[in-house]
Design a protein around this ligand. Structure first.
Ligand code: 3HC
Length: 309
């Protein structure tokens, strides 16, 4: 009966084993997984827009090929994640409609514009760097299909981060104008990258349960701290300054202290009032409408195949 099923579920979670699609699971566990995996997938798909903005203007064939590969990877990450989400009984169509209606979210970071080519490097270094901090623990998330999707995503994410850092390193060895372009880009993306980890733990309605269910393996603040500790030495090597005068090594904590995120900005962007929210959703809706004929043709073909059998 249900009590036995709950016990079996609790024991699987307690042993850090995987919950698989056919296993019994509490309805709230399923619901919060649909919420997080769908929004993770939406983030990958919307994230293609800011980077895609520079494919036609990459400064060399090599940089263009790398950026093309990265944007295609993001599409693939979206597809793995939508597939993982479908195992929980929702359809991709339903999730896409929820994204476009604003009923489901995507990461705040993609509501910022990419104003210079250096942003391509900064997004690789900081945004994909933050993604790595967040996604490596998700390889051990308690829901099987989600954790397995993360293994492949993390491998590709490290290529994204390396190519971004290498691009910035190349520019820093260039002219003063290129160095200024990199610094200006880092100044714009540093704080929004820290916002990717979500609100402070005390303001996070989902963290406690997600930790208890083994969906999250670390809290928002723990992963944000990991990102700062990883990135400060990289910024020094690169020769850029991070726009936070409060960053300083704390010997006792063996971590960097850093300043306070602007949480008013964070919640404004999450609620739809960031610089590019409207543009991103309008672009996604247009792609959906422009692709309607492909979906209709595929459905008509599938139906005809069905009747021909
Ligand atoms: N942008 C938009 N919404 C955010 C957000 C952000 N940066 N951070 C938090 N939120 C939302 C949450 O979704 C939640 O709203 P909801 O209940 O309607 O979903 C609310 O703010 C409160 O936040 P919580 O901390 O309680 O929510 P979570 O426990 O879900 O934690 C999270 C948020 C850390 C983003 C977690 O959902 C997570 O780890 N998700 C998986 C990773 C992910 O989605 N990454 C997005 C970046 S895109 C990416 O990494 C791709 C790479 O190629 C760049």
């Amino acid at each position: 009966d249900e009590a036995d099923l709950q016990l079996a579920f609790d024991s699987t979670i307690a042993h850090n084993d995987r919950i698989e699609p056919r296993d019994w699971m509490p309805e709230d566990y399923r619901k919060t997984l649909v919420r997080q995996i769908a929004q993770h997938a939406h983030s990958e798909i919307i994230g293609m827009q800011p980077e895609g903005n520079w494919i036609g203007r990459a400064p060399s064939l090599r940089r263009k090929a790398i950026l093309l590969a990265k944007v295609q990877d993001e599409a693939g990450h979206g597809l793995y994640l939508y597939s993982a989400c479908e195992t929980l009984g929702v359809s991709r169509e339903e999730l896409t409609l929820k994204l476009m209606s604003g009923a489901q979210k995507y990461s705040s970071i993609f509501n910022y514009p990419t104003l210079s080519y250096a942003d391509v490097g900064t997004i690789g270094w900081l945004v994909d760097g933050a993604a790595i901090c967040n996604q490596v623990p998700l390889c051990r998330t308690s829901y099987g299909p989600y954790g397995r999707a993360m293994i492949r995503v993390c491998k590709e994410e490290s290529f994204h981060q390396r190519q971004g850092y290498e691009l910035l390193m190349t520019m820093m060895r260039g002219t003063d104008a290129q160095r200024e372009m990199v610094q200006e880009s880092v100044d714009r993306f540093w704080w929004p990258a820290l916002m990717m980890f979500g609100p402070p733990d005390g303001d996070s309605p989902n963290t406690e349960r997600s930790m208890a269910w083994g969906i999250k393996r670390h809290t928002n603040d723990e992963l944000r701290q990991r990102m700062v500790d990883m990135t400060v030495p990289q910024a020094e090597k690169l020769g850029v300054t991070l726009p936070d005068p409060d960053i300083r090594w704390n010997e006792e904590r063996q971590s960097y202290d850093f300043g306070e995120v602007d949480w008013d900005e964070f919640w404004a962007v999450v609620k739809g009032n960031g610089p590019c929210n409207e543009q991103r959703l309008a672009h996604r809706r247009k792609a959906y409408d422009d692709g309607a004929w492909v979906r209709e043709a595929a459905m008509a073909y599938a139906a005809r195949e069905e009747t021909a059998r």
